[in-house]
Write a protein that binds this ligand. Structure first.
Ligand SMILES: *[C@@H]1O[C@H](CO)[C@@H](O)[C@H](O)[C@H]1NC(C)=O
Ligand SMILES: *[C@@H]1O[C@H](CO)[C@@H](O)[C@H](O)[C@H]1NC(C)=O
Ligand SMILES: [Zn+2]
Length: 995
């Protein structure tokens, strides 16, 4: 604590002497040289300061080292009292906080915290850890200042310890790294500002997520965590690790960062996150309490102690050191903490009492960081792991690979909300103080930040919550949109806004992810502003629903822009360009007597083509048949079709297991998928299709069945082919649930390999029926080969690489040579018995017959050595997409029609990940080198960015480098170092050699 404040004082001295100026046109001050080298996939986080006001109080207390002493010649059992509080699952996050709707599940987090604090005060030996800051924050706000002081004391003394500390415990399969970093930053910032250094978690704690992503480990390492613990992994993997004593390991989580930057010590907990059998003393459990009065009935101390010793000794057999950990708690436990602590006090007393009698077992109250400290002291070497922990199976036919796709509309809404939040954050910085006032009372990004943070929870974006809870997450995001929206529309005119804001009538077209856009713009004259949140210019097709037949469109310089109206769908299409971190405004007017656009139509198209790509269709089936890249002169056979898989309860072939597909689990009981077609005979499939050719875009519309259709779209100057799929309502009148996939079958010789991204960042190699760290016995030929795809996947051989960029997280696999399949939508009629207790059977007011979902896949065909140069930027344009705002009528003549927040675009290798107002005078900036070290000849090189010359409206007066989560100065980040065991871990994957 004390050291940190001194450092802060140094930063202050360093910075004094200037102010950060916002207005345009003012001379820039040259204060500091902020050139910074950004290396491979390294996220550089910095606070750029203007005038930094000291918000710190010079506190006198320091964190005391509070771990209980252990005994070197004994087996030390670390009891970790804890509660696992889901930030929404069967109940909404607020229902869980208050303990509302206990008819659904008995759980009330406010009572848990009340009760635990009370019990900690009764005995200074007791310990507790708390994890989810979303709940702790709600509770803290309601406490008196004397209670807050008491809790601060408990934290300073290490009796209450924060672990993980993010707003929630994020899902690892379906989240994007950008949103995970944001939610961690928000939770850790609250802890830092409330408790200082003593509140900084040392340990990452993902006890419940259903499989573990390598990118999460990399992020945790860069956030300064010393170690990571989790509960769930594949049952075969666990069995082998128990035998080999490799349940504690060193995870090398990046193949690009120099060790130990992304090394993370990882521990697998002994019993998920539950207490050992027979030792659950919560009010929700039925295990016998310790009855220790010999004068009363059923005295059981000897029995309890004997059972406990046996469990401890058995557990010690499968771990490496003379320290073991036991998680004493579970879901929403400790609402009446007295029950737990009273019995744990006794357990410790009676077990340790036997030490005088030559027992070698020592039990103590502990925390994950105290346990980790002992493992570190043991000074051993640890098995190295370089792949990830997907997919997760808890037994032979129970693969948790369905949730990769569950609730596809929520997954898209979450993804696009992230894009919107980043825009909102950027505009708060670029717009200057005026943007933070908000004349309409709106204009704050906090609502959206919180909504996005809870949406990262492992039962939120994962799609594994009850329907009413999914609705609550969506409602929270929508409310976040509302707050940012008013403010975004204002900001585009921020220089004239004070006089004119009342004249601005902003039309807002919500991006309806789960539904077909049905809003019509029925205007004579309007303008469209396109804000681009990327740090490089983008060109982007805009499609607006309109009512007229012909329009003129002109850009910010008044130059006419090619545009056209597509009749079939009443859409106005034109191409926009937006500068880096800025906007450009286009005016649109209806031509009263304009002639309809020229287009040609074909009923049975066989080819579409632009200057980059050529796409052919089979004349008989109507399906895609080949894809060629005209620049690189490569061509592949490519067939695409839609199928469904299902668990059919009445299928005779269920002898192996009766596990059905559900929100979590994917369990088709036939590995042959059914072709989706309107004709009965699946052999002679004929897709009804038509081609419409305009100057700007060529579209082949395909109808596979009444509930599956697609538009194959090729824009005039695009290097990617767009497949816009629409699926639903998935029919259930045959009493079968359905899991809808699309499959791309190509002539690429994939040899059982394919590649998926990890949380949208580094790529991982996948091999069919294979796991890098153990001998797999494959029991589910499809579900056991599915992996999460967050933003892209590819298949390749020596000459061709086909990359598919997705618009949300989805599950996918490569089951056959040359093929890549992606699951798009699921509608299921059974619960999969993992707790949610509802079939995943989504409907809505607009779609009472079953949810209709629409999305896009972008395909690009490249030569493998340079494919990343194409697909990284492409994926990014889908993640951070331009935001449109509309103004009716003529614009005020003073309106600024074009603006860029940067002096120049960043180099292609550098991504501006975060630009967000931190406090009054400083902003949080994250720059990221986005190429893996082996990925691109050109773009994998180190890059230097001059921070002083970065922004057009901000003068950078100074900067301090922080860890990835911005809760520690970079130069103070000291992590435990761990030694890998020789000969373990596979060498880093040379996915593509650069020669
Ligand atoms: C479309 O335009 C016509 C006239 O051009 C108008 O009568 C009609 O109300 C408009 N429809 C909508 C939905 O605005
Ligand atoms: C699925 O939803 C439909 C439409 O609401 C309903 O009719 C049907 O009973 C539901 N089926 C199950 C198993 O929940
Ligand atoms: Zn959970």
């Amino acid at each position: 604590m004390a050291a940190r404040k001194q450092q802060l004082a140094v930063v202050l001295l360093f910075l004094l002497g200037g102010v950060l100026s916002f207005p345009l046109g003012q001379d820039r001050k040259d204060a500091l040289t902020c050139g910074y080298e950004v290396s491979y996939l390294y996220s550089f986080t910095a606070l750029c300061f203007g005038l930094l006001l000291c918000v710190c109080s010079w506190s006198v207390f320091v964190c005391v080292q509070s771990c209980h002493a252990t005994k070197p010649n004994m087996l030390n059992v670390h009891l970790v009292p804890h509660t696992h509080d889901d930030v929404g699952w069967l109940k909404t996050v607020d229902q869980y906080f208050y303990g509302d709707r206990n008819d659904i599940q008995h759980a009330g987090v406010q009572y848990i915290l009340d009760s635990v604090v009370d019990q900690l005060l009764k005995n200074p030996d007791r310990r507790f850890i708390y994890v989810e800051t979303a709940f702790f924050y709600r509770w803290w706000k309601q406490q008196s200042s004397s209670m807050q002081q008491t809790v601060r004391q408990l934290v300073n003394e290490g009796r209450l310890e924060f672990v993980n500390g993010g707003w929630c415990m994020s899902d690892e399969a379906t989240t994007h790294y950008s949103a995970v970093i944001d939610q961690m930053t928000m939770g850790l910032r609250f802890l830092n500002e409330t408790f200082g250094a003593c509140g900084r978690p040392r340990v990452a704690w993902h006890i419940d997520p259903f499989g573990h992503a390598r990118e999460h480990a990399s992020m945790f390492a860069q956030m300064g965590y010393d170690g990571f613990f989790f509960g769930r992994l594949d049952y075969q993997d666990r069995a082998r690790r128990m035998m080999a004593k490799e349940q504690e390991l060193l995870w090398r989580a990046s193949d690009s960062l120099t060790p130990p930057v992304a090394d993370l010590f990882t521990g697998i907990l002994p019993n998920g996150y539950n207490p050992p059998e027979g030792f659950c003393w919560d009010q929700s459990c039925d295990d016998p309490p310790i009855r220790d009065d010999p004068d009363l009935e059923d005295y059981n101390v000897d029995d309890v102690v004997k059972r406990f010793m046996a469990i401890a000794e058995n557990q010690a057999l499968v771990y490496k050191t003379n320290h073991i950990i036991m998680t004493m708690g579970s879901d929403f436990q400790y609402e009446n903490a007295n029950l737990w602590y009273k019995n744990l006090d006794k357990l410790i007393r009676y077990v340790n009492g036997l030490q005088s009698n030559s027992s070698k077992v020592n039990v103590l109250y502990s925390t994950p960081s105290c346990y980790l400290q002992e493992l570190h002291r043991a000074n051993l070497t640890w098995a190295l792991k370089t792949d990830d922990f997907f997919p997760y199976a808890d037994s032979a036919h129970d693969f948790w690979t369905g949730y990769f796709t569950s609730r596809p509309a929520l997954k898209r809404y979450e993804r696009i909300s992230n894009s919107n939040l980043q825009t909102c954050n950027q505009l708060e910085v670029l717009g200057g103080p005026v943007s933070r006032k908000g004349p309409f009372g709106g204009g704050d990004s906090q609502t959206m930040k919180k909504a996005m943070a809870v949406a990262q929870h492992h039962d939120a974006v994962s799609g594994t919550e009850k329907q009413h809870v999914a609705n609550d997450y969506a409602r929270k995001l929508a409310s976040g949109w509302q707050h940012c929206q008013v403010f975004q529309s204002l900001l585009f005119w921020w220089d004239v806004v004070s006089e004119h804001f009342t004249f601005l009538r902003t039309l807002y077209i919500p991006t309806l992810v789960s539904m077909i856009l049905s809003v019509s713009v029925a205007l004579i004259q309007f303008s469209v502003s396109v804000y681009n949140p990327l740090a490089r210019p983008v060109t982007w097709p805009v499609r607006l629903p309109v009512n007229g037949t012909a329009y003129t469109v002109s850009d910010a310089n008044g130059k006419p822009v090619d545009c056209q109206v597509s009749f079939a769908v009443n859409e106005l299409v034109f191409q926009v360009q937006a500068p880096p971190l800025g906007y450009s405004t286009y005016s649109v007017s209806l031509l009263q007597d304009g002639s309809p656009p020229t287009s040609t139509q074909h009923r049975t198209p066989t080819v579409i083509q632009n200057k980059f790509l050529k796409v052919t269709f089979d004349p008989d089936t109507g399906l895609l048949s080949s894809l060629s890249n005209l620049e690189t002169q490569q061509s592949i056979k490519l067939t695409q079709n839609f199928y469904w898989l299902v668990y059919n309860a009445s299928d005779g072939n269920n002898s192996l297991s009766i596990q059905p597909s559900g929100a979590y689990i994917f369990r088709p009981n036939s590995s042959t998928p059914f072709i989706i077609s309107s004709t009965a005979q699946t052999e002679s499939i004929q897709v009804r299709r038509e081609l419409v050719i305009y100057t700007l875009v060529q579209e082949v519309r395909q109808w596979f069945s009444p509930w599956v259709s697609q538009v194959v779209r090729l824009y005039a100057d695009s290097r990617a082919l767009e497949l816009e799929w629409t699926v639903g309502p998935v029919p259930i009148d045959d009493s079968l649930g359905k899991e809808v996939i699309t499959r791309l079958d190509t002539s690429i010789q994939t040899g059982e390999y394919f590649y998926t991204d990890s949380n949208g960042r580094e790529m991982l190699q996948r091999k069919k029926d294979f796991r890098p760290t153990w001998q797999l016995k494959q029991s589910e030929p499809i579900a056991g080969n599915y992996y999460p795809i967050n933003s892209r996947a590819f298949i390749k051989d020596d000459v061709d690489q086909l990359t598919v960029v997705t618009d949300r997280s989805q599950g996918g696999g490569s089951i056959h040579n040359g093929s890549l399949e992606i699951m798009l939508h699921r509608r299921l009629l059974y619960d999969d018995v993992r707790g949610v207790a509802e079939p995943l059977n989504e409907t809505s007011d607009i779609f009472p017959e079953g949810l209709v979902v629409r999305g896009r896949l972008l395909l690009s065909l490249d030569r493998p050595p340079s494919a990343a140069d194409a697909h990284r930027p492409l994926a990014q344009e889908v993640v951070l997409q331009p935001l449109l705002t509309f103004t009716d009528g003529d614009l005020n003549p003073n309106t600024r029609l074009e603006f860029s927040g940067l002096q120049a675009a960043l180099p292609p290798a550098v991504h501006l990940l975060t630009l967000s107002q931190w406090d009054k005078d400083s902003v949080l900036l994250r720059l990221e080198h986005q190429f893996q070290s082996w990925e691109s000849k050109v773009n994998s090189q180190p890059v230097t960015v001059n921070l002083q010359k970065l922004f057009s409206t901000l003068d950078v007066l100074g900067m301090s480098e922080l860890n990835l989560s911005a809760n520690q100065w970079k130069d103070e980040m000291k992590r435990f170092d761990w030694t890998p065991q020789k000969g373990t871990g596979r060498p880093n994957l040379p996915l593509t050699s650069l020669q």
